[in-house]
Design a protein around this ligand. Structure first.
Ligand code: GLN
Length: 497
């Protein structure tokens, strides 16, 4: 093992085995990462930590390890995106609306990881209610700050870490946690993973329980792990997936799987579909070059590149930005100042209280989506917008099925650019358009991941997106792992980390 002062350089697999072999204790590991979280507060990745809660969990894992009853990931520290409700920690979804909220229970994903032996380090920043692509929409003060502040990209502090799971990506890239959870509604695991040079996977819709995940767009939201390597993601995803029929009606009756078993499989003959539409004009030359180099590496490893078409790629943006706000407007109606969250101090009557509480509690982007969503669901517009969007959503899913007749996986860029500068995206539409490559898989409910594939402008990371057919997570992780065995992009650290 490395020296105990370098514990943060160990990935999930290495740290879990060091813990099992008692080369390091769960308490030592937790203390090490908590100290790093505090020493790197300028990254604004963590919103909250609680040393007493974390160390109590770690001591329980040390006891299990001593008794020879250790769970597979006993003592592994992990941090959670702040949209997972987590007992013992505040949960805010980065919104003023939920400031001070503490959940009496754990989200299923959190509970499953805890059962697997993981120790919670704290909660991580995100865009408010997971709406955004830069973490700049975070509306609560991170650890060590007095006011809201976006998480920073550890590769360049002037740049965004991506979003909405920006705190998760920043924390993992800066080694403030060996791994983190994220959620992906339209790209929020893949895009920040790409911007921060880490690995992240969103499983097939319905494979991970949404219970206790604060809802944004229920037909799209999925949880997944963010870590440095595909192997680490496989270890975590194996614990996260599995049916949760009593608590999440959309959870699929599809068994959990050990995704590590097939990591080493050969990819000779693997047919990788390359959609022409993912390499159109908007794709920046630096990103294109890195992605094409990764595709070449796949060819060298024996895979076959197959040109395919996903003809409705461009429509994914308007379709998503109708469906997601529609669902959000409904989901967010529960935040009314009565049942949860912020309540205005002064009001005249009940309606005034609702209005003022929501006006004060929600940020601009959330309000924009509530208004768009309410509009497209209202009488007269429902048929023109919402229903049309649903129809095209189905066609997008069908296009993928047609493409999978000719290939086993699909590969392309995650985002058209590397991480933009903080403050550069002032126009919401520009930001929405940049989601173009992640939205199609989300709308179709397909699994997708981001794998580090080198650097682009300014030395900032570029991610390769891999998309699989339903339930093909093992194939994605296998392909990603093989790439990571022959490249070292996932091992490079940001300067000063
Ligand atoms: N950027 C997309 C949005 O703003 C995706 C967000 C997500 O996946 N949570 O909606």
């Amino acid at each position: 093992m490395t020296h105990k002062t370098d514990l943060h350089d160990l990935g999930v697999a290495q740290l879990a085995s060091a813990l099992r072999d008692k080369q390091v204790s769960a308490v030592e590991a937790a203390q090490h990462f908590l100290a790093r979280a505090k020493a790197h507060q300028h990254l604004a990745a963590y919103l909250a930590i609680d040393e007493d809660v974390t160390l109590a969990q770690a001591r329980a894992q040390d006891a299990a390890l001593a008794a020879g009853q250790a769970a597979p990931l006993a003592g592994l520290p992990i941090a959670h995106k702040d949209v997972f409700v987590t007992r013992g920690f505040p949960t805010t979804a980065s919104s003023k609306m939920l400031a001070g909220y503490r959940s009496p229970f754990d989200a299923t994903v959190v509970a499953r990881l805890a059962q697997a032996g993981c120790v919670t380090l704290g909660k991580l920043s995100c865009d408010e209610f997971a709406m955004g692509a830069s973490n700049e929409k975070a509306a609560v003060a991170p650890l060590g700050f007095n006011a809201a502040e976006p998480a920073r990209n550890p590769w360049n502090l002037q740049h965004v870490p991506g979003g909405s799971s920006g705190g998760s990506a920043a924390a993992v890239a800066a080694r403030l946690a060996p791994a983190a959870t994220g959620t992906d509604t339209g790209g929020s695991i893949r895009q920040p993973a790409s911007f921060c040079g880490i690995t992240g996977i969103k499983p097939t819709y319905g494979r991970a329980s949404r219970y206790g995940m604060i809802a944004f767009a229920s037909s799209l939201d999925q949880a997944g792990p963010m870590a440095r390597s595909a192997e680490d993601c496989a270890l975590l995803l194996s614990q996260i997936c599995g049916p949760d029929p009593e608590r999440d009606a959309t959870s699929l009756d599809y068994p959990a799987e050990d995704f590590t078993r097939t990591l080493q499989d050969s990819i000779a003959g693997l047919r990788i579909g390359v959609p022409a539409e993912f390499f159109s004009d908007g794709l920046q030359a630096d990103v294109r070059a890195a992605v094409e180099a990764a595709l070449k590496e796949y060819e060298r490893l024996g895979a076959k590149l197959v040109p395919i078409s996903l003809p409705r790629t461009e429509l994914a943006v308007p379709v998503y930005y109708i469906i997601a706000p529609a669902e959000a407007s409904s989901n967010l109606s529960r935040f009314d100042g009565v049942r949860y969250g912020h309540r205005a101090k002064e009001y005249t009557d009940l309606l005034d209280m609702y209005k003022k509480s929501r006006a004060e509690g929600f940020g601009d982007e959330v309000k924009r989506r509530i208004m768009i969503g309410t509009y497209v669901l209202s009488e007269g517009y429902y048929d023109a917008y919402y229903l049309q969007a649903q129809k095209i959503r189905r066609m997008i899913a069908d296009d993928f099925q047609a493409a999978f007749q000719h290939c086993d996986l699909i590969a392309g860029p995650v985002a058209p650019t590397v991480a933009p500068k903080l403050g550069a995206q002032t126009d919401p539409v520009t930001s929405y358009l940049a989601d173009i490559y992640t939205l199609p898989a989300s709308l179709a409910g397909l699994p997708g991941m981001s794998v580090p594939a080198g650097t682009g402008a300014g030395g900032l990371p570029v991610g390769l997106q891999l998309i699989g057919n339903y339930f093909q997570e093992a194939k994605l992780l296998n392909a990603a792992h093989r790439l990571q065995q022959s490249t070292d992009f996932h091992l490079v650290k940001p300067e000063g980390i």
